[in-house]
Design a protein around this ligand. Structure first.
Ligand code: RI2
Length: 333
């Protein structure tokens, strides 16, 4: 337990998300839900609803400050906190039980969503397909594996995904699942695209207009796919759709340390060379053929319908003038 009363385990999760020991939009959302549960179970402050709400709001703010781009993180936190808000608990025990219940519900539903999406996506893959994927998306790996089990995947091109090389995780996991995989540098995407039948990628955030924010390089992959008339499928759970984009908020793009691209010694040796390390880019809806969610396959232009169906609670908050730059600590009051 720290001085501010936040359990060490919760701080470790926050640090793990920040340093990308815990990564992937779905995983960080589930880790945040788990952290809120741990924070509740280990709460040692005054046992009244108001003190507890203030504390849990502080933990929520800490968690969402770790990484800015994947909306799954604030959506998971918001889902749990808004459930607490709506439950309007009269006692500390009720409040604590509510947080634990909805944190577990989020995690269960998230895991189930990945399963449904994988089964749905597998049906879209033609027999003997060559697939290309970028970065490491657990939903994409699961969908490709499902399609492979149905005998539909010949091989998968997996990009390395510089600078963090998440593509190596993809290659390793696909291979463990028995799927033939070819690792390529990001710059070889257009070279192999003529062989590819489907591009399957995950998402960190889907905007209300259907634009997909995903790992840097995704938009180049989509561009090469469009040129070669290859279909691009995005596999994404509904909690990766961003309600705040509906009121014009841009999706913040994370910029990471130059040392992820070049070694520290190189930076020191060439101090006047600037290094830019954006972690994500935006693929416009025209470059995406379908977004496959747990509630169905939609054209990207129908993203708004997903927001209406699944994010009603968030949209209500927007109507009340809140949510955009929300501080969870205030919201929990
Ligand atoms: P799943 C990852 O971001 C990748 O951009 C990936 O496409 C996306 O999250 C979704 O991942 P990062 O955490 O939820 O590696 O499908 O920066 O696993």
């Amino acid at each position: 337990m720290t001085e501010q009363g936040v359990p060490t385990k919760v701080l470790e999760i926050a640090e793990g998300i920040k340093t990308m020991r815990i990564r992937g939009a779905g995983k960080i959302a589930r880790a945040a839900a788990e952290a809120l549960k741990i924070a509740t179970l280990e709460y040692g402050g005054p046992k009244d609803v108001s003190s507890f709400k203030k504390y849990i709001g502080k933990v929520a703010d800490l968690l969402i400050s770790t990484r800015p781009t994947a909306v799954s993180l604030p959506n998971a936190v918001m889902y749990i906190l808004s459930s607490l808000h709506r439950a309007n608990p009269g006692t500390f025990d009720d409040a604590a039980n509510t947080v634990v219940f909805f944190a577990e519900k989020f995690i269960d539903e998230s895991i189930n969503a990945v399963k449904i999406i994988s089964e749905t996506a597998a049906k879209r893959i033609r027999e003997n397909s060559v697939i290309l994927t970028h970065c490491h998306s657990s939903v994409a790996v699961s969908a490709i594996t499902e399609a492979y089990k149905l005998g539909r995947v010949l091989k998968v091109y997996s990009t390395e995904t510089r600078p963090f090389y998440q593509g190596r995780i993809t290659a390793k996991q696909l291979l463990e699942n028995g799927v033939p995989v070819v690792q390529i540098p990001d710059s070889a995407v257009r070279y192999v695209m003529h062989e590819v039948d489907h591009v399957i990628i995950g998402a960190d955030t889907v905007a209300s207009n259907g634009a997909v924010v995903n790992k840097i390089g995704t938009s180049q992959v989509a561009l090469a796919a469009k040129e070669a008339r290859v279909r691009v499928y995005v596999v994404a759970e509904t909690y990766k759709f961003s309600p705040t984009t509906l009121v014009g908020e841009p999706v913040p793009i994370e910029f990471r340390e130059p040392t992820e691209i070049v070694p520290e010694a190189w930076v020191q040796k060439h101090p006047r060379i600037k290094v830019l390390n954006p972690s994500f880019d935006v693929t416009p809806p025209e470059y995406v053929d379908a977004i496959i969610t747990e509630i169905g396959v939609i054209p990207p232009q129908a993203a708004i319908l997903v927001l209406m169906e699944r994010m009603g609670w968030a949209l209500d908050k927007i109507k009340q003038g809140g949510l955009t730059k929300i501080k969870f600590e205030d919201y929990a009051e």
